[in-house]
Design a protein around this ligand. Structure first.
Ligand code: NAD
Length: 426
């Protein structure tokens, strides 16, 4: 299980991420004169399921957990989105992430709507057996909304391929046959795809390369500060190192490490596996998360949690470009400050879409029972990310807006088109 918990964002006030996404949707819909019905539908989540369910803990007592499965919009296809296990996750967080998934799928132009699931729990302090029982019971509770045609979960903070395997097994046992396509991010042995584990980090790397090229920078020799060293951050660090980047700072739930000469990423990964954090890795200096965000470097890659770059710390960001690996790491106030300071911010709905794109490939392979080579997966991912980056950049230049506004414009236009052609039932 990935490590997490404990806010180390230090200087950031917690915002309501759903209100934040809504504000951004409002601004774009008004600017683009989007039809009122499309705007109003995008402001709400289509379906919100809250479940409270009992789980037998190892010591014999029964604990009641709360979970959610939110489907924001399904106009362009089945709802798709990750499952988060975290002690602080809220209904509004889950709604915000579901809305971001609708936009993300539209930015990269894959036939999905957006969803997100969450369970308020602390997997770091639960045994494997407890996490398995929680997952199986949660799956049974949300059985009525998930299926390969309706809503397909995937890993997010605090969940991993093993959790996806338990979901797939529980669903399959309930319907009476094996259903590969009900989740993505599964282990290879049960219909997972090659390239999914590192897909989100891979997508971040592709976008970093494209953004650097656009700014006339070279990734070879560029310095990187990375926040978060889990499903997204660790593969991104490995791949960026391969491209010639120097990872000079890494932070996680416990704090950060710094070495201006470059951190040995493989060593830091092993240290993290053994101790649960990168902190204490030999040859590095301890820094705080706030210091990591303010490191003098070329690229800042937030890949941990939301609300990390906000009004109170945005002015201290020195990186030339901010590549949003995490969902909603930057608040709207921070966006304004970063833009005023000439920073190139590439938004979450584009940067971390590699995960959902390869999930889409996994779902397609599962439905066809025909599996691709890793080269094929990576080639197709490269294609999709490349197209999406250039489409967003084109809108940004044409409309004279930042990359986030451009990504929202591209996505909302595609969703509106689909809504108009489908019409309103009945
Ligand atoms: P994860 O649980 O695997 O890793 C999270 C990392 O963040 C860990 O290293 C953890 O120690 C660190 N962290 C937790 N709290 C922190 C804090 N307060 N300050 C600094 N670091 C902290 O999660 P993940 O799957 O890598 O997801 C990271 C982000 O990327 C989330 O915003 C998630 O929604 C987003 N995302 C993930 C995927 C995916 O495929 N897993 C896809 C798209 C977007």
């Amino acid at each position: 299980m990935s490590q997490q918990t404990q806010p180390v964002g230090e200087t950031c006030e917690i915002t309501n991420p759903f209100e934040m996404v809504r504000q951004r949707i409002d601004a774009i819909c008004q600017r683009m004169k989007v039809s009122e019905v499309c705007h109003l539908r995008l402001r709400e989540c289509k379906r919100e399921l809250t479940v409270h369910f009992p789980v037998k803990m190892d010591d014999g007592h029964v604990k009641v957990f709360t979970g959610y499965r939110i489907e924001h919009n399904t106009t362009r296809g089945p709802a798709k989105g990750g499952l988060r296990y975290h002690p602080d996750v809220t209904l509004d967080d889950t709604k915000a992430f579901a809305a971001l998934m609708t936009l993300k799928a539209a930015v990269v132009n894959i036939p999905y709507g957006g969803a997100k699931g969450a369970v308020i729990c602390d997997p770091m302090n639960m045994s494997q057996g407890e996490v398995e029982r929680l997952t199986r019971r949660y799956t049974s509770e949300i059985m009525l909304v998930i299926s390969p045609e309706k809503d397909i979960p995937a890993p997010d903070v605090g969940t991993n391929p093993q959790v996806m395997a338990w979901i797939m097994d529980t669903y399959s046992m309930n319907v009476g046959y094996s259903v590969l396509g009900v989740v993505t991010g599964k282990p290879l042995s049960i219909g997972g795809t090659r390239g999914r584990t590192e897909a989100t980090g891979h997508g971040c790397t592709i976008i970093t390369r494209l953004a650097a090229k656009h700014l006339g920078m070279s990734v070879d020799g560029a310095t990187v500060a990375l926040q978060g060293f889990g499903n997204v951050g660790a593969p991104a660090a490995r791949l960026l190192t391969k491209e010639g980047c120097r990872i000079i700072g890494i932070a996680d739930w416990k704090g950060g490490i710094y070495n201006p000469m470059g951190i040995d990423v493989e060593g830091a990964f092993r240290h993290c596996k053994e101790t649960g954090s990168v902190v204490g890795f030999k040859g590095t200096e301890v820094i705080t998360n706030a210091e990591l965000l303010a490191l003098p470097c070329d690229i800042l890659l937030p890949a941990a949690l939301e609300d990390q770059i906000c009004a109170s710390n945005a002015a201290s960001v020195k990186a030339r470009m901010i590549i949003e690996g995490a969902n909603a790491p930057t608040t709207p106030e921070a966006d304004r400050i970063l833009n005023d300071n000439g920073k190139f911010v590439v938004p979450d709905v584009l940067v971390n879409a590699g995960g959902v794109v390869v999930s889409y490939f996994e779902w397609v392979q599962g439905l066809q029972s025909f599996f691709w080579s890793e080269d094929e997966v990576n080639r197709q991912l490269q294609n999709v990310m490349d197209n999406a980056f250039h489409e967003v950049l084109e809108v940004s230049q044409r409309e004279k807006v930042d990359m986030r506004a451009a990504a929202y414009m591209l996505a909302i236009k595609r969703i509106e088109e689909a809504m108009m052609v489908r019409g309103i039932f009945p």
